[in-house]
Design a protein around this ligand. Structure first.
Ligand code: NAI
Length: 250
């Protein structure tokens, strides 16, 4: 029987490329994002159909939405073998004294609460199956500071914390939990951060200069590592942090 994967943030740059890789393995895909139309466009682009895919509109920060996407996945496909807990937002830029507490709540609700809720509903399903692999999308910002991005940086550090805690909880059952830590990747999110910086061109040049490989990564390059972690090839890999950053953290 075909295995099933859930991807949140599936209409975004990285999520869509992961969906493409997982579709090549003939997995059933449950694609989750805020906007059902955007997910349906991904399904059409990847040549998926009703029998091997499901589009679910959900705000990952809302418990009832998370419960709904998990229930729908189980109802339609009977198992959840892989879970890419990937949806995230960048939030506003600004030094800590200039940001409102609302900026923190906004980013935390999606990047931390959303990841936590996803785990709360997916883990019981995997425990019952006694199998599964989970991949949380953190960021290089989960290891380093980034001026002007303290809520985002805090949230991505938190994703590393929960990855390691839940990995330890599930390791005895053989259920793996890892995190991917992208550097600067060519997606809508980076375009938005560049724009918010006030000088997109300079911001991009600074980022490229800070990356030993001298360029942004492509979402396909992140998806390749995610695809590995969400496969049996990574059968002894758990509680690990995989940077995909052109050497930036070195
Ligand atoms: P993106 O903006 O292209 O995709 C993010 C997707 O998440 C969008 O489709 C958006 O609609 C969805 N989303 C946002 N809030 C949501 C919510 N409340 N509920 C459901 N879906 C929601 O950005 P990208 O780059 O594909 O980001 C994917 C993940 O990678 C994020 O967690 C991001 O923080 C992380 N990341 C991205 C980096 C980059 O340079 N692009 C670097 C490091 C990490």
């Amino acid at each position: 029987m075909a295995k099933t994967a859930i991807i949140t943030g599936a209409a975004g740059g990285i999520g869509k490329e992961l969906a493409r890789r997982l579709a090549e393995r003939n997995l059933n895909l449950v694609l989750v994002d805020l906007n059902e139309e955007a997910v349906k466009a991904v399904i059409a682009e990847l040549g998926l159909n009703d029998s091997n895919s499901l589009a679910v509109a959900a705000d990952v920060s809302k418990e009832e939405d998370v419960q709904n996407y998990v229930n729908k996945a189980v109802e339609k496909f009977g198992s959840i073998d892989y879970f890419a807990n990937n949806a995230g937002i960048e939030g506003p830029l600004g030094n800590v004294e200039d940001l409102s507490i609302k900026a923190l709540d906004l980013v935390y609700n999606v990047n931390v609460r959303g990841v936590f809720l996803g785990l709360q509903y997916v883990v019981p399903v995997m425990k019952k199956q006694k199998s599964g692999a989970i991949l949380n999308t953190s960021s290089l910002a989960g290891l380093m500071g980034a001026p002007g991005m303290s809520p985002y940086v805090m949230s991505k550090h938190a994703v590393i914390g929960i990855t390691r805690s839940v990995a330890n909880e599930l390791a005895p059952l053989g259920i793996r939990v890892n995190a991917v830590l992208p550097g600067t990747i060519n997606t809508r999110m980076m375009r938005q951060i560049e724009k918010n910086s006030g000088n997109a061109e300079d911001y991009k040049k600074l980022n490229e200069a800070a990356t030993p490989m001298g360029r942004y990564g492509e979402p396909q390059e992140v998806a390749a590592v995610m695809n590995f972690l969400l496969s049996d090839e990574a059968s002894f890999v758990t509680s690990s942090l995989y940077t995909v950053d052109g050497g930036m953290v070195a």
